[in-house]
Design a protein. Sequence first.
Length: 673
Amino acid sequence: MSKWRIGVDVGGTFTDVVGVGPDGQARLAKAASTPHDQSEGVIQGLRNLAEAAGLTLEALLAGTERIVHGTTVATNALLERKGAKVAMLTTEGHRDVIEMREGLKPERYNLRLAPPEPLVPRSRRFGVKERLRADGAVETGLDEASLAAAIEAARGAEAVAICFLHAWRDPAHEQAAAEAVRAALPGVFVTTSAEVLPEIKEFERFSTTAVNAYVGPPVSRYLGRLAEGLKKVGYAGPVFVILSHGGVTPIAEAARLAAGTALSGPAGGVAAAVALAREGMAGDLVTFDMGGTSTDIALVAGGVAKLGRGREVAGERIALESLDIITLGAGGGSIAHVGAGGTLQVGPESAGARPGPACYGRGGTLPTVTDANLLLGHLDPGSFLGGAQRLDVEASEAAMARLAERLGISMREAAWGVYRLVNARMADGVRVATVRRGVDPRGATLLSFGGAAGLHASAVARDLGMARYAVPLFAAGLSAWGMLRTDLRFEVTRSVNANPDASLAATFAAQEEAARARMAEWFDGEITATRSADMRYGEQVFEIGVKLDGVDWQGAAMPDAVRQAFHDQHEALFTYSLPQDEVVLVNARVAALGRLTGDAGRYVAPPMLAAEPRQVWRDGGFAEWPVYRFGDLADGATIQGPAILESPTTTILVQAGDTATMDARGWLMAEID
């Protein structure tokens, strides 16, 4: 008998819970996010899902096969600088690596730019006498007295990051130090660079380990509370967490590699886009995920999402593999204000879940993007969240009027300015995700999801010269749904850092064996493996990722297929290749995948109140737009803009010149004239 599968996406304003039931139907429930403890919002979202399915919470969870969760705890800790108090033990003489970074400034010509403040201040970075050479040979053994002194100095820290020179070659010194720290400081979160990122390049390795230590305690505490809360309400099945690379992992592994959850929530949306591309939505998709606090943008080309390394989150380098996602501080809760020089600005500050936009009636007094949409007639104050929450028009008017007075314009003009400005910001984000990656967005389809994206999709697509945008019926919960369309993933990486030779075949084989063995501890189903490498030309100082699946590694030299794959990838990224130059393979990567099964489910929208025509403000006045219920559109139904489509959790503006058609597979595809 099939069981429920549940995806949970915690956003800045709402927590989305998607459940695919034994009947094959997919249901969406929402609950207000609870920033003080996200697990409370998750449990409430599960209660709301049970109610929507006509079940008790206990009955729902008793019949649930798995829960997949996306969390923003790590991201919030970095953004708000509210992570753990961290101490770092490092090779004597190298405690300033994370402060010197790579010797480069983010803005090299800005002479007044303040240096970034490291997560671990210098006063809590302690040198230990030990030293490995670059080839892994021991130059100075681990000095026990020096280690003991460093551990004593680290007392009072919540987490300890251990980062020794060349530990990627041999982790023995780091492992011994970790054992000593755990013995002397029980209860402290301990992490080593060799287990977080066993790769060459000190700054990336040290920085990623410091981030892992910084976010490890809050992530571990949160996941512990979540597991305990689920246990109390009767859930005994597995909980998986989606990581930044788009794969999922058991809750214990997510707590260990907490830095890998930095893009946890947005990764679900990209996973959904990959699934929709493979189901025939379009060959190339640009994801446009606009929620209450931020907008996440990524490119899915040919049904494949790009993975990258060296991402910065809140100014901190995390060199783990992650999806190439651009995040903007632009969402429904983004606050509009007057900036320097008296100009209108929108975001990045957000009203969040509490107090939220002024129209939420929770005490908010500042105008937001949602308030602008309400005042322009884009939203019906009586049908928000299917009528469960009535929007306060007077509060929006009061908030926007104060902004308009400072700008010297009318209230509606201020709202129109907010709407147009946030659209321009989001269009710029799409350009970063596409044009700066060498991709012309005009040939792609804008996949719009998140609660607020449908209000802006047509305008953003038009700004970019795109011909199509798509909005799934499941738009408001697509990230949570996408978490149910991805697989378990575990990666094993090894730095080779030499010209390839016969040992590479053994290296990849050993990594694959280790990855499969770890996956088998979590999973008893089908396991597959993928191979890739970070490669460069001999004189270069940076690497690019190259997929190497299907390559025959037999022979003493690098196979021609590997060299050609690198040349092709280099040409695709930079428009040139150098076939005559030396090719170097730096990092060998293997990922084991545990294939999770289950149908996607067909979303059935809950009933709504009758849709009435609405007055929409454009060009200095109001005009009547017809309103349709999104969930009632028959397969093949065509809507000619201007029009508004409403569902309980999202609203779509189909502008004049747009022709929108309902696809039988569950999404609206709009062509722009």
